[in-house]
Write a protein that binds this ligand. Structure first.
Ligand SMILES: [Zn+2]
Ligand SMILES: [Zn+2]
Length: 437
């Protein structure tokens, strides 16, 4: 079992070096984690898990209601109302933020730090085909990415935490974020000031994963999701008669060379151990078969892991497009936009979350992921200069009914994962606020 030994050693090293103060550095803790491999918590994790499980039936009914009434990004009016009234019934203060989405704050009984817990709440433009009794009632709209599960789990965590408010040393901010799938509701929430007053010290969230069993969690240290930069390249040549190409500059021929050169960036300009994807997904030019096209337009997305690779790839795409066009007598105008910033889980806080996960489901219930996801996720906006961790909540059933991919019309999830996702949100907040006090 060389891999098991390796990961065990890695975790011990990480935990010791990440938490140099207080309880984590005490002799009894080191002894206990080496002997029993079970972390010391500021609360009884198993009792908290039981509290979450006691909410399971309620969570299922909330989830099915939200699932049956999905709403697209920035149009989550009903969903917002469901969440807002639920939080209000728990005595959680609602603060104005965006038109949709909910920003709530729970003040603990004692002063202390502030942690942010985040869930996204929007659905996708997909016609549901699951045939479930609680399937979407909104034509062409479906919760096919599990954001109904995320919202419900965080509502459950809010209920658990509200019941423990007197024990909390600090505050919990709840970010029910709109429009993750569309144009980055996270960025707008952060710009609206949700991380300030009081300042958020750490932020936590997670995505449902049917690739993992309900009752388990997934975690990745460091680079976790890619950053994205959409681009447009406009190639300016010179149109002319198709029989005499030398009289003009063929923008299609030039643009083809640019597409080929862009493929070389990942294979030859960055290290084999770094990760990036450059996709040209759209190529438009020309009007007729006997005319040399004067203009061509390419659209695509650069996806990278980590800020250095992001800066490098954006620079290389621009230089390459401009250089190839210039070499062939044309010019290229390159426009690169900044989109989702990517997610890089901060080591110390991730080790902390790892420890909380183990306290709930044991070491065997946590899958450490070795490879990042080249998809995007706007949670990174919340990690604006503050430590954060974005994990995976298991919502699978071993491939029986929940074997269809997210963003597809047959997507299904194992609702048994709801209590575990709620418990993890609540446990991360409780441990973070009450550790070392
Ligand atoms: Zn999605
Ligand atoms: Zn999603």
């Amino acid at each position: 079992m060389p891999y098991a030994v390796q990961s065990h050693t890695l975790i011990v090293v990480r935990l010791f070096f990440s938490f140099p103060h207080g309880i984590m550095n005490s002799i009894p803790f080191k002894k206990s984690i080496l002997e029993s491999w079970y972390p010391i918590m500021a609360f009884d994790a198993q009792t908290l898990l039981q509290e979450a499980k006691a909410l399971q039936e309620e969570l299922v009914s909330i989830r099915r209601d939200i699932h049956a009434h999905p709403e697209l990004g920035s149009h989550e009016v009903r969903t917002t109302e469901v969440i807002r009234s639920y939080l209000e019934s728990l005595g959680i203060e609602i603060r104005p933020c965006l038109e949709t989405g909910v920003f709530g704050i729970l003040y603990g009984g004692q002063p202390g730090k502030t942690i942010g817990l985040r869930a996204d709440i929007d659905a996708l433009p997909i016609q549901e085909a699951t045939g479930l009794e609680f399937a979407s009632q909104n034509d062409g709209v479906m919760h096919a990415c599990g954001h109904d599960l995320h919202a419900t789990a965080l509502m459950g965590a809010a209920k658990i935490l509200a019941a423990h408010r007197n024990e909390l040393h600090g505050n919990v901010k709840f970010f029910f974020q709109p429009d993750e799938e569309g144009s980055g509701g996270a960025e707008r929430m952060v710009k609206a000031g949700c991380l300030q007053n009081p300042k958020v010290d750490a932020v936590f969230g997670g995505h449902s994963s049917t690739g993992q069993l309900a009752g388990q969690y997934g975690l990745k240290y460091g680079k976790t999701y890619a950053a994205s930069n959409p681009f447009v390249i406009r190639v300016h040549g010179q149109g002319c008669h198709g029989a005499y190409p030398a009289n003009g500059i063929d923008s299609i021929a030039v643009a083809c060379q640019i597409v080929s050169a862009l493929q070389m960036l990942v294979s030859r300009r960055i290290s084999a151990t770094d990760s990036a994807v450059v996709t040209v997904g759209s190529f438009h030019a020309g009007t007729a078969g006997n005319i040399i096209a004067g203009e061509a337009e390419l659209k695509g997305i650069i996806r990278t892991l980590g800020p250095q690779m992001r800066e490098k790839m954006c620079r290389l795409v621009k230089e390459t497009a401009e250089g190839v066009a210039s070499a062939l007598g044309a010019s290229a105008e390159v426009e690169i936009r900044t989109s989702y910033p990517g997610v890089v889980n901060e080591d110390a806080f991730t080790a902390f979350v790892h420890r909380v996960m183990i306290s709930l489901v044991g070491e065997q219930g946590v899958t450490l992921k070795a490879t990042p996801n080249m998809g995007t996720e706007d949670f990174g906006y919340f990690m604006d200069g503050i430590p954060g961790c974005y994990c995976a909540f298991g919502f699978g059933d071993g491939g029986k009914e929940c074997r269809f991919p997210a963003h597809g019309p047959y997507f299904r999830a194992n609702e048994d994962g709801l209590a575990y996702a709620a418990a993890l949100h609540a446990a991360v907040a409780m441990q973070y606020l009450n550790e070392n006090i």
